[in-house]
Design a protein around this ligand. Sequence first.
Ligand code: THU
Length: 159
Amino acid sequence: MKDIEINIKIRLKMESELNEVERDLVEKAKQATFRSYAPYSNFSVGACLMLENGKTITGSNQENCAYPSGLCAERTTLFYANSRFPDLSVDYIAIAARGTNGEFTKMPISPCGACRQVFIEVFHRQSKPFKVLLYGTEGTYIVDSPLDLMPISFDSSFL
Ligand code: THU
């Protein structure tokens, strides 16, 4: 038997420690939560990504009365960006969420498994990592690559 240890680095920054780009993306992700359509969960998620040319794109979760037909903020935003600008890589994505009380979550929002899988696809598609910023009022987690959020991931090399 052998143990395999995987080390990942998650940076935790207080709001005051965010650099200018990070602060801007987090603020835009927070604003995007107010454009969420979440009448069923009342959990409003916003995302803001930055493309390699500096353009920012925001999106939010879009729910549906047939629940599985809805889509998370992360995938809404990434699919839109990749469909509008297929040749521009993603450098960052920031995510923020407001819970049922309307307040931003204290803990950094944690993307679901399906969104992480899409992050991995984007990573391979552009052959370049991108930073993921997960906002919470008590701190923002920052990882340098989607691989840090999903080690041992499935990718097209298995097909
Ligand atoms: N949701 C997101 O948009 N992103 C996440 O990272 C977690 C969950 C959405 C899906 C659904 O509309 C609502 O939040 C509650 O799960």
